[in-house]
Write a protein that binds this ligand. Structure first.
Ligand code: GAL
Length: 367
């Protein structure tokens, strides 16, 4: 018995169960040969498939994955989808990562619904698949999701829009226009739903009026997250719903590049700049906020999101289950995907100096 107790210190829990079941005559067998193989080589290939460089956060992510994976001892294979052939590009990049034997494939999806074949191939090859920033839908084979809390992003944007308008004009009703992101990005709906959870009660009470009456996400969408699409939609809204002296008090914009396009459109029409929200802390938008033009952005520090993803990869390498902090929010149509969500931070001129104090891309700022 004494020998048995000493041995349990070095044998696995699975082997211990086997020993208990089989009796003491198997004391010498640690059961290791039957244990499933766990983890993978410390210098394994890790694939990272990113979408087109539609905003600064994606440009940053690629470089951070290259350096972070290298520093952790892995071989990184970081690929971007091209600007015009994004879906096909990403599908073939992921297939190539599978062929090359990647142990983990991290995907920032170009189109949430068009990657299930590749995700299944990856899974069948033994790789773990992590959706990065954008969820991948319609597949039971996606393992993890790591992102900023997208619904919260939308809530913060909706609240910023209300706060900004109130600061300029204490009493409503306020006239607004609504924009959302690309329909193929799962985040777009989540951002919009988050924002509408705050704005809808004000719309229902009549305190906020959508000038064009376009409140359906199909009407508010911005294909490909392209600034020119947002600018031309804003041009038409101004022509159709804001004749003469009429002007919107606020515009819900889902990110910074669209916010700047909306501001360009309004200025082009000779109207005063409304309260415009954003997201991504893009350099030009932060400048605009400091100059009192764009009202808000969201700080989703890409360095933290990439670091969190690499932490997951390291856990998988060691054969551990990666830490998650959400097991209910992201149903991709086939499963609820275990997620690690980071908190987004709203930034206006009020807190920009503190928010970006340790961000070399943006700081130091002065008010
Ligand atoms: C989203 C992402 C946003 C923004 C947008 C456009 O999926 O969460 O931060 O970058 O894509 O690129």
């Amino acid at each position: 018995m004494r020998t048995f107790i000493t041995k349990t210190v070095v044998i696995s829990a699975a082997a211990l169960l086997a020993l208990t079941a089989c009796g003491s005559e198997r004391d010498g067998d640690t059961g290791d040969s039957a244990a499933p193989e766990k983890g993978f080589a410390k210098d394994a290939l890790i694939g990272v498939a990113l979408p087109a460089k539609t905003s600064e956060n994606w440009v940053l992510a690629g470089g951070l994955f290259e350096s972070g994976l290298k520093e952790a001892g892995f071989q990184g294979d970081v690929q971007y989808a091209g600007a015009s052939t994004t879906v096909a590009d990403q599908q073939s990049q992921i297939a190539a990562m599978v062929t090359k034997g990647a142990k983990v494939i991290v995907i920032g999806a170009t189109d949430a619904a068009q990657l299930s074949t590749q995700v299944t191939q990856a899974k069948q090859s033994g790789a773990t698949v992590i959706a990065y920033d954008r969820l991948i839908t319609n597949t039971p084979d996606l393992d993890y999701y790591v992102a900023f809390d997208n619904f919260k992003v939308g809530e913060l944007q909706g609240q910023a829009l209300l706060d900004g308008m109130k600061a300029k004009k204490p009493n409503g009703p306020y006239t607004v226009e609504l924009f959302s992101g690309s329909p193929d990005d799962n985040n777009s709906k989540v951002f919009f739903d988050g924002a509408m959870s705050v704005l809808q009660p004000a719309i229902d009470s009549g305190d906020v009026v959508v000038g064009s009456k376009q409140t359906d996400i199909k009407q508010t969408a911005t294909q490909g997250w392209k600034a020119e699409n947002a600018q031309s939609r804003m041009d038409s809204l101004l022509t159709s719903a804001y004749s003469g002296d009429k002007a919107p008090d606020g515009v819900l914009s889902p990110n910074d590049s669209l916010a700047r396009a909306i501001i360009t459109s309004v200025k082009g029409a000779g109207k005063p700049v409304p309260v415009v929200t954003g997201q991504d802390s893009e350099v030009e938008s932060v400048k605009s906020i400091m100059n009192g033009e764009q009202y808000s952005t969201i700080n989703k520090d890409t360095r933290k999101l990439v670091a969190q993803t690499i932490t997951m990869v390291k856990s998988l390498q060691a054969g551990d289950t990666p830490e998650i902090n959400d097991d209910k929010s992201y149903d991709n149509g086939e499963k609820v995907v275990p997620a690690y969500l980071l908190p987004p931070v709203i930034v206006t001129k009020e807190n920009a100096v503190e928010a970006y104090a340790d961000d070399p891309k943006l700081g130091p700022l002065t008010k």
